[in-house]
Design a protein around this ligand. Structure first.
Ligand code: FES
Length: 145
């Protein structure tokens, strides 16, 4: 049911923890399953120098957060904004359809942390104004199928 990559990132997640002096912190949750994901970013000159996460959730959410942190580390803010939940799922060699919403949580966590960064530093990040953090993630996941 789960790809080897999902199992690998679930059993040995990368970048777990927190960054005490983070430049941006984002927290998102899924109301239906109750899972919570928190993401910390260290940003210098528009580059994501470091990223850590804490996920209280299912295995797919943990694997998705781990992969998402790997995908955005060393990237620009613009590149991180372009990471979709589908990109996270593809990098994991796929997730079962009913688990796609777990990858949505990872995309939202990145954007939530970037929103916090943009507010603290009073900068504008293109695309953030379109993000609806309150959207029903499960419905969203099924809509995409
Ligand atoms: Fe909710 Fe995976 S079951 S994030």
């Amino acid at each position: 049911m789960y790809s080897e990559k999902v199992m690998e990132h679930f059993q040995h997640p990368q970048n777990v923890g927190e960054i005490l002096d983070a430049d941006g912190v984002g927290e998102v949750g899924n109301a239906k399953c109750g899972d919570i994901m928190k993401m910390y970013l260290k940003i210098e000159d528009g580059i994501i120098e470091d990223v850590k996460f804490k996920t209280f959730g299912c295995g797919s959410a943990i694997a998705s957060s781990s992969m998402a942190t790997e995908l955005i580390k060393g990237k620009t803010i613009e590149e991180a904004m372009g990471i979709t939940n589908k990109a996270v799922a593809e990098a994991l060699d796929g997730l079962p359809p009913i688990k796609m919403h777990c990858s949505v949580l990872a995309e939202q966590a990145i954007k939530s942390a970037l929103l916090d960064y943009s507010k603290k530093h009073n900068i504008h990040i293109d695309g953030l104004e379109d993000v609806d953090f309150e959207e029903d993630l499960h419905e969203h996941a099924f809509d995409e199928e």
